[in-house]
Ligand binder design. Sequence first.
Ligand SMILES: *Cc1c(COP(=O)(O)O)cnc(C)c1O
Length: 969
Amino acid sequence: MSNTSPTLAQLEQKDTFIRRHIGPGKGEIEEMLSAIGASSLDDLIEQTVPAGIALPEPLKCGEGATEVEALSELKAVAAKNKINRSFIGMGYYDTHVPNVILRNVLENPGWYTAYTPYQPEIAQGRLEAILNFQQVTIDLTGLELASASLLDESTAAAEAMGLAKRVSKNKKANIFFVSDDVHPQTLDVVKTRAEMFGFEIVTGPAEEAAEHDVFGALLQYPTSTGEIKDISDIIAAVQAKKGIVAVAADLMSLVMLKSPGELGADVALGSAQRFGVPMGYGGPHAAFFATRESFKRSLPGRIIGVSKDTRDRPALRMALQTREQHIRREKANSNICTAQVLLANMASFYAVYHGPQGLKTIAERIHRFADILATGLTQKGASKGVALKHSTYFDTLTVMVENKEDVLAKAYANGMNLRSDLDGAVGVSLDETTTREDILALFNVILGDDHGLSVEDLDAEVTTQAVKSIPEELVRTSDILTHEVFNKYHSETEMLRYIKSLENKDLALNHSMISLGSCTMKLNATAEMIPVTWAEFGQLHPFAPLDQAVGYQEMIAELAEWLIDVTGYDALSMQPNSGAQGEYAGLLAIQRYHESRGDSHRNVCLIPSSAHGTNPASAQMVSLKVVVVACDSNGNVDLNDLRKKAEEVGDNLSCAMITYPSTHGVYEETVKEICDIVHEHGGQVYMDGANMNAQVGITSPGFIGSDVSHLNLHKTFCIPHGGGGPGMGPIGVKSHLAPFLPNHTVINVETAGKNCGAVSGAPWGSASILPISYMYIKMMGSEGLRRATEVAILNANYVAKKLEGHFEILYKGNNDRVAHECIIDLRPLKEASGVTELDIAKRLNDYGFHSPTMSFPVAGTLMVEPTESEAKYELDRFINAMISIRQEIAKVESGEWDATDNPLHNAPHTLADICDSNWNRSYDRMLAAYPAPEVHRNKFWPTVNRIDDVYGDRNLICSCPSIESYVEE
Ligand SMILES: *Cc1c(COP(=O)(O)O)cnc(C)c1O
């Protein structure tokens, strides 16, 4: 070493993000390579990935930028968005995100890095928040049973149609009626869904619903243009003919309106966006969905239910069909997997924070502003050709004007957006953020500056005249949100502590690694998250004119270009807002393509037995028949069976859905052959992109030969899982499928198909989380992205190698290598000892870990996916925990420990166990709670003991339990 100081140029060397994202440092990578017997990362990749699929060239995603550079560049792009005051409505409203929720939930990794609560003992916090969401839904809709969020209002409406078909007693009917006053994007999405189900959609005035022979009908309340009508007679008339009635409703208006349940609806659904979730150019937001108790087995999506733990204390868990697509596959109610948990939680916290009285005040103020606006427009409008279309309304006025274009232009010039898609009228929707100045500005725009109106005078008139803009019979008289949780935390201090108390119950990535195979729980870097809550991205309405969204369009286009490069496809759609929605959109494109070639008879989808449950569930949504292809003893698709099935199906083959590397965690050598066989029979290849973390920069679906894939941006591209959503599932396609990508009825998507209906409510799905993936790619660059894949493979192989001799690794590929994940086979141990995979999963909690994926894709196994973000220290800690658990199993096996009186069977251990003065187990408390030395440094306490699933499903409770049930304890 020289004794001179470093030069400035040396000191200026970029602090690259790559080394922050990738867990193991240089030295650790060397150590791990030598532990698995590879000389370099290149050597490992050569040993692992079949030569025939290696990309000949590096990616074209540029050079990695530093965090500082990337943030400042994206800030400049974001600044090109023009934030107008939005009065567009149509299901999206401005809202004040309570700061205590913004910072402590939306911007808090304790909330946003958690996974779907499949391990409820370490997820009671978010389970409680979602249960609160269900309670808000139940109270406001007046129905009995609510689900834990769907993707958006439009897809929730499509799910309601599916439910109607399942439960309607009018079995022969094939018509679904949609009233002509629902939001246009809702009709669009419902039509797309109906097309492939083979349902006929009839639209018309709501009053005509019962004139048709329908299995169901969709109404909207208040209507898209703002009118409030008593729809109870219409509902009854449809039901008299055995049709099911779904009502799309606005959550804020329901605070003041008689509920859909009270009007007789079978289903109520809508968006919870305006409960404190930014518009974000379309999402993510949670949709709510409620129905009758008797339809509980037909409900789409997840439900949180109350059960009890082994100490008989109340404990929450996902109920009933929670894993339904995994179990029921193509018979599942829907393909919903990732939903909108983080946003549902935000909305539920909004209700907790404001409480019933606060919400009433907010709703009444919005409504008062609407009354004031309506009164002013009526008084001064007549002479100017301005008139209100409806005399009833909550917050939305449809204002008939003589020259719509002039009014819109004047609004734009004044930094305001009005609804623009109505004939001879503009729409004005008010919201929580509306001010007196806004009302005056609206008068100026609609009536001209000389209107002479005063908000205060109008308010006095409205007050004394008791304006009846909500029909008397539709005023809510029932109470809402009477549960204690909504009446307790109204000071910020109390709210902060409530949020924190729930966060403390949950294990998220800020505590330890979550090695869920197939889910890719990697770093969600802070620099990636920061832009999400910039106003430039948060406050845009999805239907704002494109010239106000230049920054968004630029960011989306650049991200699309990178993703096209990464996937080796030709075109991309950002519309699907989850992986499963991407599957649906991709299969839809395939079916539209076949139809365009006169091949509408192609209706069979080949799916290997190892596939994720969403694959067959999605196939069902486009009316494909699923034929299962066998896997061989190495876990690979059985080529002979594939050939045989393809031949049997013959001309009816639509497509095959494969996952690569397979869900068994290996790079199949024969993947190109699989594609060839399918193509030879005229089929298309859908490659599930969930395992892209083992492909990026090394190979690609397009290069391998598939035709379409979804990407789970919330797996490979760093969008956090949010405790069960949000996600984004854009699809890439080869050029021949590009004309069949989903478009949008309100905003034309230039890169989409011409006459293709929408699959989501917003044209670019959940656009406001795209900056996360953008930042990731920008900071990693081509080299970093490839390096991430290499280290993901290294980490998985390191875990597999280190567990050798203790556990069986079920499947291996070339040279005994696994891909980016590996499956630990626990069946032989269960056979020998009686210790189950569930015992092991729960015992891992005692060691401070979340369990890996359990029993997928093979029952009785755990699938470990460490990802590239975990350093060697954390991998070793996990490996040591697993080896220690193996030694514990040996004690059960040998009879040294009793079959049930042992720490595996009784896991996880809670403080209640350890402090129990009646502790009478044959093992000691220290072993129970601190089974490894590292645990002392960072103990995580599960807050409930093992939960009784069967009890919970037999005694289904999906609302907040009464206080007494907690007090008993
Ligand atoms: C996660 C996953 C999906 C579904 O994605 P969602 O975003 O949860 O809808 C599909 N296939 C595989 C293999 C997956 O791991």
